[in-house]
Design a protein around this ligand. Sequence first.
Ligand code: HEC
Length: 161
Amino acid sequence: MEVLAIILPFLLLGVGVLFVAFSGGPGKAREAYLTGGNRIFRLAVPVVYVIGGLLVPALIVANSGAAAGGTDTLSSKSLSMEEEEGKSLFSERCGSCHNLDATNSRGVTGPDLDEVGKMSPKRVLAAIELGGTGEKRMPAAIFAGKDAEAVALYVTKVAGK
Ligand code: HEC
């Protein structure tokens, strides 16, 4: 019922506008209304009424559940404070070189972190400290201490998922 109460005023407004538009302006609309209009008009109104007035809002209402619930794969992963921190640090300093779907990072200089095999905090921490595997293609020590740990935790959690 709630839904109907919201939709109904728009329905009536829409039908009113259609009525005027279909019958060629306010003057003609009054005439059509008074005389009952022509046949096409009388057929068209219920059809447009059902499609535009009922179906569209019904679809919107039916689909809004998914958006409101946030069932999207990215937003549904609940992150701790530290992981959130790691996420933003990653976006700032790592995403330019690495692909990571969870942060929408599309860097191509370094390997795709969703694809290089199992991540562990140890592996990511080592990569941050050494600069990748130590071949000097990735800058070493971009982060240290708590920041490095947060990034390692976050990458381990989301990489490859
Ligand atoms: C300037 C580009 C660049 C930036 C910035 C960068 N990386 Fe890298 N990274 C690379 C390259 C290139 C490699 C592959 C070469 C290697 O392993 O030394 C790599 C490798 C890695 C690896 C894989 C190491 C392994 O075990 O195979 C991890 C994990 C990694 N990076 C994490 C990070 C994190 C976390 C950050 C942010 C602190 C970051 N990278 C920032 C270029 C970058």
